[in-house]
Design a protein around this ligand. Structure first.
Ligand SMILES: Nc1nc2c(ncn2[C@@H]2O[C@H](COP(=O)(O)OP(=O)(O)OP(=O)(O)O)[C@@H](O)[C@H]2O)c(=O)[nH]1
Ligand SMILES: *[C@@H]1O[C@H](CO)[C@@H](O)[C@H](O)[C@H]1NC(C)=O
Length: 374
């Protein structure tokens, strides 16, 4: 009895102002894809932590600008406080410094994965640190794993109360206070019923101010914001769109049941004439004075300027900050994006919540097409 009492008191004791969550924590590596993918899977991970009623440890964003990868604290780009309206969260830097030494000590750290990963001779291991960005991510926090827990056939379906109960029954907080996942505990692409969670993401003051300053200095409203995903990597990915019509973020325009239309290569990698035509249509509708161009590569500004002589075309000087690009696109009077891109999808989710209009290259929603024809 005394032992139990001490244990209980121990659990809720204060670790330098931070209370320990008796329901435990979820830690994960956002180990798949770049910012668009990581932001997509963040929403599912948030929902998963909520369904288990555990605190979500907010991982840093992984970037690939410096070889092989680097990490940027979560709150460099997004505020932490708004997330607390939904769920208990803590920055990973804080968690590792203040809580991990006592509640998740070295020598007793388990990696969670669905099934064994390649990487060592040990066949039943998550090999959590094998490869990039996996190794550098955990190393950044001085984390080594002592055990692996292969959790198949469980999966991350937060819609199924039955499934969630199985997680709760199998991994109770008294035995598994910290669930550390080798990758995001979320499906990709994001489920339809998790899109609304984007409302808990708010740009940090730093990103927001940079976006506002740029608009104030360079943009006359009304303005159309456009996202061009013109890099060679995307061109190659788009060659497979016929075989994988629901690729990446495609559901954001064709619908989760493909009810609004069909993806084409032109939607995925639009040509300069298509881009010019779509921009022209919205510039006319809005009587737009400026077009803001966000791009990872080519900007088509020369071509567009020739077709719209009175319109100002502007982009961030390179190297452009992707996050400032996103925040500017979010604030535009109309947004045209790439249906397949998860980078576009961040803007689309924000704008849907704010009831702002968005459209996609070379795409007309079946329903709106019907409305127009009536
Ligand atoms: N600054 C800037 N960077 C961009 C832009 N579009 C794409 N990028 C960069 O390219 C990356 C694209 O990868 P993701 O964010 O995962 O999104 P995605 O478009 O679905 O692409 P893939 O995951 O590569 O298929 C972004 O994270 C940015 O780093 C843009 O308009 N501006
Ligand atoms: C969730 O966890 C919190 C804190 O750990 C607890 O106070 C709350 O009662 C839990 N909620 C449910 C529904 O179990």
């Amino acid at each position: 009895m005394l032992v139990l009492l001490v244990l209980c008191v121990g659990l809720v004791s204060v670790h330098g102002e931070l209370e320990v969550d008796p329901n435990g924590y979820i830690v994960y590596c956002p180990c798949m894809g770049r910012f668009g993918n990581q932001a997509d899977q963040f929403l599912g991970s948030l929902a998963f932590a909520k369904s288990l009623n555990r605190t979500l440890v907010l991982p840093p964003w992984i970037e690939y600008i410096k070889h092989p990868s680097s990490r940027v604290p979560f709150n460099t780009y997004f505020k932490v406080a708004p997330l607390r309206k939904y769920l208990r969260v803590i920055l990973m830097e804080q968690f590792m410094k203040k809580l991990a030494p006592s509640i998740w000590p070295k020598g007793d750290r388990t990696a969670f994965c669905y099934s064994a990963r390649h990487g060592s001779s040990d066949k039943d291991s998550c090999n959590a640190k094998d490869g990039n960005p996996f190794g550098p991510f955990w190393d950044h926090f001085g984390i080594d794993f002592d055990k692996s827990e292969l959790f198949a056939p469980l999966h991350y379906d937060t819609e199924s109360a039955h499934e969630i109960q199985r997680w709760r029954d199998k991994y109770t907080p008294d035995k598994y206070l910290v669930l550390a996942f080798v990758g995001p505990p979320a499906s990709f692409p994001v489920k339809k019923h998790h899109l609304y969670l984007q409302k808990y993401l708010e740009w940090s003051d730093n990103i927001n101010q940079k976006a506002e300053k740029f608009i104030e200095k360079n943009i006359e409203r009304p303005f159309v914001g456009i996202h061009l995903r013109t890099g060679e990597d995307f061109k190659r990915a788009c060659e497979h769109i016929d075989q994988t019509p629901t690729m990446f973020a495609a559901a954001q325009c064709i619908g989760y049941r493909q009810e609004f239309g069909k993806t084409t290569e032109e939607m995925c990698y639009p040509s300069p004439p298509t881009v010019t035509k779509d921009v022209k249509e919205w510039v006319k509708k809005l009587k737009a004075k400026t077009v803001f161009v966000a791009t990872d590569s080519k900007d088509f500004i020369d071509t567009m300027s020739k077709a719209m002589k009175k319109v100002k075309f502007i982009r961030q000087p390179s190297p452009s900050s992707p996050h400032v690009d996103l925040a500017i696109l979010q604030k535009s009077d109309h947004f045209i994006g790439n249906c397949i891109s998860t980078f576009t999808a961040i803007v689309k989710r924000f704008r849907d919540i704010e009831k702002k209009s968005s459209s996609f290259w070379a795409f007309k929603n079946k329903e709106s097409k019907q409305k127009e024809e009536l």
